[in-house]
Ligand binder design. Structure first.
Ligand code: PMP
Length: 335
């Protein structure tokens, strides 16, 4: 018997990227009397949404002749983009050097090294322009490494395009165009911007909501167009908030930036596990917290179908978030 819908053989793990499950969140749907779904990006091969981005950028650079065999891929990453780079580099035979903040979860750094990446840990406390920051170090490595390919997730337009063509298109199809609200945490802002732009082009009424953390520069930039360089990001949640304005962050398509609460977000992530069996990272909890805060702020808002982005798997944060009793203030100095 031929099984209907069964995927064909994959030529490599990269063919398993995307087409992730969109799962009804029954507790939130009941609580808010609307349909609430989670887009479970942990189903990607390296267990995060960044596989889509890196696969798209590398594939395009290869097709355009900008990335050739023997080159070294370099980027600054909180871990997930690095893991996707390490995976794609491993499968396609490139070398890679990644700069990470020394606050990144230990599990993620070990995983990068297991995948064969060279990892340079940089002080999380260094300001973006400090020569020791993970941004500056990545640029230095690019300048000093012969045949380096700078993936540049913060400013590479193909990052935005990746979400536009992949995540946005996929959500529109999966929901049969019924989606009314999209909620995603932002760090580079690639997810919320690329996905949001695609969805808004399909239906300008869809609300695009961004979860941001206290001390991040994104929400103030969205609200008054200014970059407050002196702000200090106060969150142990990886993938929520930023200290620079990446050019992939397209503020104009975002309807609202919600400032999340660290502890509430961690509790929301734990609730996802306890109530729905979804074991996700802290930024997924932040999307839930942002959604709840949005619903409290706009009690009369008509929500038909809200989709929350769940960017990665909770197993990456066992020690950092899921160890019982962890409070955000214990980890806040890490960021
Ligand atoms: N969550 C996690 C766990 C991430 O690693 C990232 C990206 N660093 C995000 C959310 C935010 O995604 P984006 O960079 O597209 O804003």
């Amino acid at each position: 018997m031929k099984i209907k819908g069964l995927k064909p053989l994959y030529n490599s793990l990269l063919e398993g990227i995307g087409n992730t499950p969109l799962v009804r969140l029954n507790n939130l749907s009941k609580e808010f009397n609307c349909e609430v779904y989670g887009k479970i990006e942990a189903f990607n091969p390296s267990m995060s949404i960044k596989d889509r981005v890196v696969d798209y950028i590398i594939d395009k650079a290869e097709r355009e002749g900008r990335l050739k065999p023997g080159m070294t891929i370099v980027d600054a990453t909180s871990g997930n983009t690095g893991l996707s780079i390490a995976l794609v580099a491993l499968i396609k035979g490139y070398k890679c050097i990644l700069t990470v903040k020394d606050s990144s979860a230990a599990e993620k750094i070990t995983q990068l090294q297991l995948y064969g990446a060279r990892v340079i840990k940089c002080p999380a406390k260094a300001k973006p322009k400090d020569p020791l920051s993970y941004y500056s170090m990545a640029q230095k490595i690019v300048d000093e490494t012969p045949n380096a390919f700078f993936l540049d997730q913060n400013h590479n337009d193909n990052h935005f395009q990746a979400h536009y063509h992949s995540t946005g298109n996929e959500l529109w199809q999966q929901t049969d165009g019924r989606i009314t609200h999209f909620i995603s945490s932002a760090s580079t802002g690639g997810t919320v911007s690329g996905t949001g732009t695609y969805l808004k082009e399909k239906n300008p009424k869809i609300k695009i909501i961004c979860a941001d953390s206290k001390g991040s520069v994104l929400k103030p930039f969205h609200e008054d167009g200014k970059y407050y360089e002196e702000l200090k990001k106060q969150t142990p949640l990886e993938g929520v908030g930023k200290d620079i304005i990446p050019s992939v962050f397209r503020s104009s398509i975002i309807d609202e930036c919600m400032e999340i609460d660290n502890d509430a977000s961690i509790e929301c992530a734990k609730d996802l596990l306890r109530q729905e069996g979804i074991f996700a990272g802290g930024s997924s909890g932040a999307a839930v917290d942002a959604f709840k805060k949005y619903m409290q702020k706009y009690p009369d808002e008509k929500v038909g179908m809200a989709v929350l982005s769940f960017p990665d798997h909770g197993i990456k944060y066992m020690a950092k978030l899921y160890k019982s009793g962890v409070k955000s203030e214990d980890a806040a100095d890490l960021i």
